[in-house]
Design a protein around this ligand. Structure first.
Ligand code: SF4
Length: 220
């Protein structure tokens, strides 16, 4: 484990009951361990109808469930309502990653998370999505704040999980736990675009279910 000491975390307003939207085990591993180390009382909310195909969705979810069970963290398994996701993505099939389709995708997932937080008495929600350096953190934080603004008394915790050594620990935890290593963001369009990119480099297309972090995994 890296020598960088984890900071003590205090959610907004010192409210220690948090709903964590999780996209996958590799991204949430560090977020989960950081909150546990700071005594934050949190529940995982897994709502990711963007992930395609279903086999990939189940692999990512099961890995997250395994890690939550290991730490005794409550896990809410929300709907896999892909029809709604595709309906909202209509017309955005060819927009690039980090563009309007991704804003829609974050909005959709956070709106559902915020509703659950509101209905179940969570004053704070946050997400593991921003820890990935492939994501635009401002875009994610804006979606989170928009979703929380729908409910009085609900705040989005826009903590930068990458800082203080978080990004390095995310990889260390993934290797230690030998998590499933996804090779594209999640939706069918990101899979298509990743495969096109790989083809251009003379590489084989993504193979679902074969790649796992190992202690000697190199991460580019
Ligand atoms: S690229 Fe990722 S964030 Fe963007 S729409 Fe697809 S799954 Fe969602």
């Amino acid at each position: 484990m890296t020598d960088t000491k984890r900071p003590i975390l205090t959610p907004p307003g010192g409210k220690m009951k948090v709903l964590l939207h999780s996209c996958c085990a590799p991204c949430s591993g560090e977020v989960m361990e950081a909150m546990l180390a700071s005594g934050v009382d949190y529940t995982i909310f897994f709502y990711n109808p963007n992930i395609h195909p279903e086999r990939e969705y189940l692999l990512r979810k099961d890995e997250n469930v395994r890690f939550a069970d290991k730490h005794g963290v409550p896990f809410v398994d929300a709907d896999y309502d892909t029809d709604n996701w595709f309906a909202r993505a209509k017309g955005m099939e060819w927009t690039p990653e980090r563009g309007v389709r991704c804003t829609m995708c974050f909005d959709m997932r956070f709106e559902r998370t915020a509703l659950y937080a509101h209905e179940h008495g969570f004053p704070i929600m946050t997400s593991s999505l921003g820890i990935s350096r492939w994501k635009n953190m401002a875009q994610i934080n804006e979606s989170g704040a928009r979703a929380c603004a729908r409910y009085e008394g609900l705040s989005y915790w826009d903590y930068n999980w990458r800082k203080g050594g978080g990004a390095a620990r995310m990889i260390e935890i993934s290797k230690r736990e030998e998590f499933y290593q996804q090779e594209y963001c999640g939706c069918v369009y990101s899979l298509r675009d990743t495969n096109a990119h790989r083809r251009g480099q003379g590489r084989k297309p993504v193979e679902i279910g074969v790649r796992f972090y190992r202690p000697d995994t190199s991460v580019d």
